[in-house]
Design a protein around this ligand. Structure first.
Ligand code: SF4
Ligand code: SF4
Length: 77
């Protein structure tokens, strides 16, 4: 299963990752980070398909996607 790591303190709450996720599983938290923004979080990580669109869409490089096994091979281009 892909693992998503969101560095919440880098997040500025722009919601681009939220819009980009085809699974609709990146949501904005109700809590604020140290900068005062609602930060992104993954609400149903088991539904992640490892497409990396959330990470690619983040202008602040706040998201990393780790993929192992067959999915890693598929996306290793
Ligand atoms: S890798 Fe794709 S499916 Fe997974 S959280 Fe990011 S955008 Fe959504
Ligand atoms: S795209 Fe990046 S900065 Fe914008 S809400 Fe998502 S994690 Fe935060």
């Amino acid at each position: 299963m892909p693992k998503i790591q969101i560095m919440m303190e880098r997040c500025k709450g722009c919601e681009r990752c939220n819009d980009a996720c085809p699974q609709g599983i990146v949501k904005m938290s109700k809590d604020l980070n140290a900068k005062g923004y609602n930060y992104a979080s993954v609400v149903e990580p088991s539904r992640c398909i490892g497409c990396r669109l959330c990470a690619i869409s983040c202008p602040d490089v706040a998201i990393e996607v780790f993929i192992e096994g067959a999915q890693y091979e598929f996306f290793a281009y």
